[in-house]
Design a binder for this molecule. Structure first.
Ligand code: FAD
Length: 460
């Protein structure tokens, strides 16, 4: 990008919205994976849909890559500029409007999930999707990655809550996709196509989502096990018996030790733990807690902690919500897996994690929203090169393949970015040859004929 083009951009938007200092370019060159990095030519901060439209018109005319960015909390390299370009920072666009009568919330792309949730709570509702990164993850980034989170077993991922979205295409055209009502049949589901498109088709500027009522009362249970498969079987049994907890999470021994070390929670030594949140009318909570306790004991849990007091519930939650930061402190480099298996295969999958860890002689932690079959593996490394890196990479690759062979997927909620491009291609080819990849590439060409939107992500 020439100095002339940068000056043009400043004239178009106002100089305060265009950042070109070395330190800005450096910071915006990373996401939370830390493994991937690049240097953008400029960072542009968008304050309105009009700003976004102007930038995309300019970039399209000048064939300049545009990489949309929200909180930068992606773990797969999604918002990292591969080969220069403009980083389009959506964070300043953070208005949130709850329409409680219609049971929806409209949020601009740069609002964080916590900001949206906080607004919903003022009206006795909550935002259904709750990523562990909710403090920083934005609506646009989480929708673009089709992120999920703690309440995934009940509410799924962003696309399950999405009703409509405003998207700006390369060239600057603004589209309104979907409709802000609970039922709609409007031909091909283009709003749903945007969910999971990772900034490769256009820029999400706002979206409307369903909201759900706040539970009348909550109970939190943390059960400890001496065997990982027992813990996974307990999760399976909970779902098999038709119970539908708000949260159902798995933590293995490495994760438990890491959070205990960092947050001093006084956790017992265990091979695994399961965290469950039950909710409902006050009078049902004790009964639900007892039902869950019974299932945990049936599956050989040696300790079950229960909390209904908000302070104690928060303390227990740290064990799960603090898992990523705690594990990241143990190893300078972490390859994060994002597999999902049919719920009945969860015991096999957690065993496979331990077996692969032994086979490659590398520590691999497993933690995740296992109530919906999703497990995150943390392959802990000290370097991004040489034998250790290769073993870690291969171990992650083999685990992803095992998940697919068990009828699942290598990609649940973190997006593909750069990290999972090969895994995506392998999985799609295993399922239907190369036909689906061809269709996806055609779709990309229709939305973005010059290929300026987040180039090098999803597919080459
Ligand atoms: C500690 C920690 C915990 C996490 N826990 C979870 C979890 O529980 N569940 C989960 O799903 N993920 C989790 N993640 C991963 C990450 O937080 C999610 O992928 C998140 O949703 C990304 O949102 P973001 O705003 O940070 O997006 P970014 O990282 O900025 O971008 C993500 C992708 O979206 C694109 N994008 C961003 N904004 C837009 C836009 N407006 N229009 C079009 N494309 C856009 C980017 O180009 C990029 O490809 C976690 C990450 C961390 C660090």
């Amino acid at each position: 990008m020439s100095n002339f083009e940068i000056n043009e951009l400043k004239k178009l938007l106002g100089p305060e919205k265009v950042l070109t200092e070395v330190e800005d370019l450096y910071v915006y060159g990373y996401d939370s994976s830390i493994i991937y990095s690049g240097t953008p030519w400029a960072v542009v901060r968008a304050y309105s849909t009009e700003d976004v439209a102007k930038i995309l018109k300019f970039a399209d005319e000048h064939s300049i890559p545009v990489i949309p960015r929200g909180g930068g909390s992606s773990l797969t390299g999604g918002p990292v500029p591969l080969d220069g370009g403009i980083i389009l920072d959506l964070r300043p666009m953070n208005k949130v409007k709850v329409n409680v009568d219609d049971g929806v919330v409209e949020a601009e792309a740069g609002a964080t999930i916590d900001e949206v949730d906080k607004e919903c709570r003022k009206y006795g509702f909550m935002f259904p999707i709750d990523p562990a990164s909710s403090e920083v993850a934005t609506v646009g980034g989480t929708l673009a990655n089709d992120g999920g989170g703690m309440r995934g077993a009940r509410y799924g991922t962003m696309r399950n809550a999405l009703l409509s979205t405003e998207v700006v295409l390369p060239g600057g055209k603004v589209l309104n996709l979907g409709s802000p009502v609970y039922k709609q049949a409007l031909g091909y589901e283009l709003a749903q196509l945007i969910a999971g498109s990772e900034g490769t088709l256009g820029v999400i500027t706002k979206a409307v989502f369903k909201i759900v009522p706040l539970p009348e009362k909550l109970g939190r249970i943390l059960a400890f096990f001496n065997d990982v498969e027992d813990a996974a079987r307990a999760i399976f049994t909970i779902r098999r018996r038709g119970l539908n907890p708000l949260v159902l999470e798995f933590l293995d021994d490495i994760t438990l030790q890491a959070v205990d070390k960092v947050y001093k929670l006084g956790l017992p030594q265990a091979a695994a733990a399961v965290l469950a949140d039950v909710d409902g009318p006050s009078e049902s909570i004790e009964r639900l807690i007892n039902t869950f306790k019974k299932i945990f004991v049936e599956h050989n849990s040696f300790k079950v902690d229960v909390a209904t007091d908000p302070k104690e519930m928060d303390r227990i939650y740290v064990a799960r919500k603090g898992a990523y930061p705690a594990l990241s402190r143990l190893y300078p480099v972490v390859i994060i897996g994002d597999i999902c298996v049919p719920i009945s295969k969860l015991p096999k999958m957690v065993r496979a994690v331990k077996d692969i860890s032994k086979k490659y002689d590398i520590p691999i932690a497993a933690v995740g929203h296992a109530g919906d079959g999703n497990l995150h593996t943390f392959t802990g490394l000290h370097t991004t090169s040489g034998d250790e890196w290769e073993r870690g990479y291969e171990a992650n690759d083999e685990l992803s393949l095992i998940a697919v062979e068990l009828g699942g997927s290598a990609s649940a909620e973190h997006g593909i970015g750069m990290q999972k491009k090969k895994l995506l291609e392998r999985e799609l080819i295993l399922r239907s040859g190369d036909e689906v990849i061809k269709i996806m590439k055609e779709i990309k060409r229709i939305f973005d004929p010059k290929g300026i939107m987040n180039p090098g992500k999803l597919f080459d």
